[in-house]
Design a protein around this ligand. Structure first.
Ligand code: ATP
Length: 352
């Protein structure tokens, strides 16, 4: 079993910077767990503490059944892959991948077998005799991944491993990471600030903000019902519309007269902020809804994103490519579908 548990974790750096605060995470055996958040939210520090590269101020980390506090990184049976692939330039791909096993004094036959197994899975067999400088960025990153795989660690820890790659390669490598994780079924903790990457990869996503856990859930849970305005703003592109509204008779009513189904449990007259995904709004030339004017449209081929200026604010609307509204055109925007999540304007937390 290689679940990873983080309990009441705190980290304050000597200069007084609080990087992690009261963090509790229970990462399941075999899970691909993503830590997501903006720069400085504490995700790297948390990963480094799990790896043993940084010491916690208080709290405990358990890997498998073992409390690892005080253990060196090499004693924790984990493998790390960083943003910088850090391959040994003078060693061939084969020797780079064999390195951790040689360091652990594994028998040569076993080393060969494990390197070949990893090379096969990552389609690196043709490159085994090459030096890293003769490989593309994506190939180098695959070697780094292969080097992490050969030891059959209890868990993989990955810190923005794909950041240096161009967009297309990043998408390919993302699929590769997911595939490897599924094949090996090894617990993986993956740190990123890229919400698309988090949504595409994670079995579950932990959103961190200022060293604290903001939300923990499956990608669709986090997408459909962000726990706070911070999470709502962070996940989704274009972002969720945050519309001020008041609870009326069974509805939420926004400025300009837009009506949304009210979620349960709210009081009449209560003021909330409704979180509405762009695909839950629709534009029409006329009809009911908030009247406004098209400010911009972005035609992406498979969809068109309209930004409409209404009394309820600037609204992002995702429409099929057949929707043809011109910039400056007067239109109305209507909500479709189920009741949206509602947030308290003061606490900024979801209330219903
Ligand atoms: P990024 O994506 O930019 O790496 P992050 O979410 O991984 O950000 P951390 O690197 O964990 O964030 O940093 C969390 C906070 O701790 C930041 O405010 C950072 O400036 C601070 N910090 C990190 N390392 C140190 C250090 N050695 N000394 C003092 N403060 C530090």
């Amino acid at each position: 079993m290689a679940q990873v548990n983080v309990k009441s974790l705190n980290k304050t750096f000597p200069d007084g910077t609080v990087a992690v605060e009261h963090l509790d995470l229970e990462i399941r055996d075999g899970e691909l767990f993503v830590m997501l958040g903006p720069s400085g939210c504490g995700k790297t520090t948390t990963l480094r503490i799990i790896a043993g590269l940084e010491e916690e101020t208080s709290g405990t980390v358990t890997i498998g059944d073992e409390v690892v506090s005080g253990l060196r990184p090499s004693q924790r049976d984990i493998a790390m892959v960083f943003q910088f692939y850090a391959l040994y330039p003078h060693l061939s791909v084969r020797d780079n991948m064999a390195f951790p096993l040689r360091a652990a004094k594994a028998p040569e036959a076993e080393i060969n077998e494990r390197v070949l197994e990893a090379a096969k899975m990552l389609q690196l067999e043709p490159y085994l005799t090459r030096k890293p400088s003769k490989l593309s960025g994506g190939e180098q990153q695959r070697v780094a991944l292969g080097r992490a795989m050969v030891r059959h660690p209890k868990a993989f820890l990955m810190d923005e491993p794909l950041t240096n790659l161009d967009a297309e390669l990043r998408a390919d490598m993302r699929a590769e990471v997911k595939h490897v994780q599924q094949r090996l079924n090894t617990t993986m903790i993956y740190v990123t600030h890229d919400q698309t990457e988090a949504m595409a990869l994670g079995h579950r996503i932990a959103i961190l903000n200022k060293g604290k856990l903001e939300q923990l859930g499956a990608p669709m849970e986090v997408y459909e019902r962000p726990a706070s305005l911070f999470a709502a703003r962070f996940i989704g592109s274009p972002p969720m519309n945050l519309i001020e509204a008041e609870v009326t008779n069974g509805h939420l009513t926004a400025a300009g007269g837009m009506q949304l189904l009210a979620p349960e449990g709210l009081k009449r007259g209560q003021k909330v902020i409704a979180g509405v995904r762009p695909e839950r709004l629709t534009v029409a030339a006329d009809g009911d809804g908030a009247r406004g004017r098209v400010v911009s449209r972005e035609m992406l081929g498979d969809e068109t994103i309209f930004v409409v200026d209404t009394e309820a604010g600037l609204l992002n609307v995702r429409m099929p490519p057949t929707a043809r509204f011109a910039e400056e055109q007067a239109v109305s925007v209507r909500h479709i579908g189920a009741a949206p999540p509602a947030y308290d304007p003061q606490t900024e937390q979801v209330v219903s």
